[in-house]
Design a protein. Structure first.
Length: 135
């Protein structure tokens, strides 16, 4: 599930030549995400290190990892959608060892995000991986 969704995103990124189009695509991915219930937007789910407000709520069901997430910035919601495509549905034990940096580098995000957005993306990955490792 996760690998297929991420590969579709990677394929679309490869198809879109212009970074403005890629940014619009990331924003569209964010718009398609279901909003996080306000009751879950609490300090325990907030991701520190992001310029925007970001919340990640991980869960494991039947040994598979999933999470819900939200942000007050559309581009960041899109980044959360990309991370969801990368991680959701994978065996929980596999999540902590997944090289998200290499996967995201395939999209060229590391070269086109601001330093603050890149730091926030790394903080989201760290939160996802630490929560998956904790079970």
């Amino acid at each position: 599930m996760a690998e297929t969704e991420f590969e579709e995103i990677a394929g679309t990124f490869a198809f879109l030549d212009d970074w403005e189009d890629r940014y619009r695509y990331v924003i569209e991915l964010g718009k398609k995400m279901p909003p996080l219930d306000d009751a879950l937007k609490v300090p325990a789910t907030k991701v520190e290190g992001c310029a925007s407000q970001v919340w990640i709520v991980p869960r494991a069901e039947q040994g598979r990892f999933d999470f819900a997430g939200d942000s007050d910035a559309l581009i960041v919601r899109g980044l959360i959608a990309i991370l969801h495509a990368l991680y959701a549905g994978r065996p929980t034990a596999e999540v902590a060892g997944l090289d998200a940096g290499a996967a995201l580098a395939r999209l060229g995000l590391d070269e086109h995000l601001s330093a603050q957005r890149s730091n926030g993306l790394r903080a989201m990955v760290a939160r996802i991986q630490e929560r998956a490792a904790a079970g």
